[in-house]
Ligand binder design. Structure first.
Ligand SMILES: Cc1cc2nc3c(=O)[nH]c(=O)nc-3n(C[C@H](O)[C@H](O)[C@H](O)COP(=O)(O)OP(=O)(O)OC[C@H]3O[C@@H](n4cnc5c(N)ncnc54)[C@H](O)[C@@H]3O)c2cc1C
Length: 385
């Protein structure tokens, strides 16, 4: 079915990016997956070619386009299985914080360099003791003259090794009631004394992605590194999560399409009992069901993309999309792997890594359970709603 949200300009951008990714990204995927990290030169190439800040304002060096340009980058990289290159985290999750809440000086020094790929940005919310319950974080930032002094630990931070700037979620007022009113966002350059990168974590899937621990030991930054206003961090996070969750939905459906396409190819050529696997009714029904669900998911995601570009409040709907598309991806990769038989379990067949990579989709950026809580609250089912 022809998708209706993209203009001719978007399609030209997609064709150009596909060519770029084929020559600059695809040849490096295997190397990143074995080293556990992407390389900075590719990020620079992405930035210089205009693929990191396509939706950022031209005055900071961006492309000045709408979010659909970035959605195209997400889809193409997901199709290619270039998960190591976490451009969506950098461009579509971190950059908007700098754009919407940053001072002019912060935009000039950080956003501009992020768009060129010179500076990679990470966001550190999760701690060893808390993930879903963000208001329960314990990393502190204490004001001391014209500085903040940070102490605490973060974990599971994407781009943790490669980043040069971290948006750190901290408590500036630990006594605040309710607790989330004591949360602020502080920018920490990674060359500040007291900042330390920990281990790059060993994971089940997304093996080329750099996911790390970060430590802050009396890490001192000037108060001008505060992002937006003190005490408003939680509100900023809740506002930006709409795009973060939509990003996951966009990538999830693109990954589903790739797994499905590869499975259809495989079952047509593999034979058992003198017939192709594709000719068994079970195979046909399974793939027909999955293809139907992928179309339903794509239609929903496309409607959300169009509404997001129009600036609508979609908290409930993006939570539905994040929950549903990622659960679909888990189910789909499991059923597709089954159709590959023993080959599906072999790492040389990408369906095996698709299966492992899908596992985290229902966990990060808010688990499926948290998505359902948000939806239920919006349905008025919570006493506190
Ligand atoms: C590969 C990877 C990359 C990541 N990247 C980042 C990053 O860049 N920055 C960052 O800050 N974080 C990142 N994370 C962390 C991620 O966002 C958290 O893992 C996630 O939010 C869940 O938190 P948790 O792991 O502490 O699980 P917990 O919060 O301990 O949850 C454990 C289980 O309990 C369930 N649960 C929790 N509360 C409730 C409730 N109220 N009702 C019902 N069930 C509940 C959860 O759904 C889950 O099933 C990343 C994680 C991974 C694995």
């Amino acid at each position: 079915m022809k998708r209706e949200i993209f203009s001719e300009e978007h399609e030209l951008f997609r064709a150009a990016f596909r060519r770029f990714a084929k020559s600059h990204v695809e040849p490096k995927i295997a190397e990143w997956n074995s080293s556990g990290q992407s390389d900075k030169a590719t990020w620079r190439a992405m930035g210089e070619a205009g693929y990191l800040g396509a939706a950022m304002p031209e005055r900071y060096g961006g492309g000045g386009g709408d979010f659909l340009f970035q959605a195209i980058v997400i889809e193409e990289l997901a199709w290619m299985r270039a998960h190591a290159l976490q451009t969506s985290l950098h461009s579509d999750i971190c950059m908007p914080y700098l754009l919407h809440y940053g001072s002019e000086a912060q935009k000039e020094s950080f956003l501009r360099k992020a768009i060129t790929g010179e500076l990679l940005v990470a966001i550190a919310m999760t701690e060893p003791g808390t993930g879903s319950d963000l208001a329960g974080i314990s990393t502190r930032a204490v004001r001391d003259g014209d500085d903040y002094v940070l102490n605490g630990q973060k974990t599971f931070i994407s781009n943790g090794q490669n980043c040069g700037l971290v948006i750190v979620v901290v408590k500036t007022d630990p006594g605040a009631q309710p607790a989330h009113r004591g949360i602020s966002l502080i920018l920490v350059e990674t060359d500040r004394p007291g900042f330390e990168r920990g281990r790059r974590l060993d994971k089940l899937g997304l093996r080329g992605q750099d996911t790390s621990e970060l430590f802050f030991n009396d890490c001192r930054v000037p108060t001008t590194n505060l992002l937006g206003e003190e005490g408003k961090g939680f509100r900023y996070l809740m506002t930006q999560l709409q795009q973060e969750r939509l990003v996951i939905g966009v990538g999830s459906i693109a990954s589903c399409r790739r797994s499905l396409a590869d499975t259809i190819e495989y079952v047509k050529q593999r034979k058992a009992f003198g017939r192709s696997i594709a000719s068994f009714q079970n195979t046909q029904f399974k793939l027909a069901e999955l293809a139907t669900e992928v179309e339903i998911g794509q239609t929903f995601v496309d409607r959300l993309l169009a509404a997001h570009v129009r600036g609508e409040d979609l908290v409930q709907e993006v939570s539905m999309a994040k929950y549903w598309t990622t659960e679909l991806q888990k189910r789909l990769t499991s059923q597709c792997l089954q159709l590959f038989g023993g080959y599906g379990f072999m790492n040389e067949y990408p369906i095996s890594t698709d299966y492992a990579d899908a596992a985290v989709q229902t966990i990060y950026a808010g688990t499926s359970e948290i998505m359902k809580l948000i939806i239920a609250r919006r349905l008025g089912l919570d006493d506190d709603a």
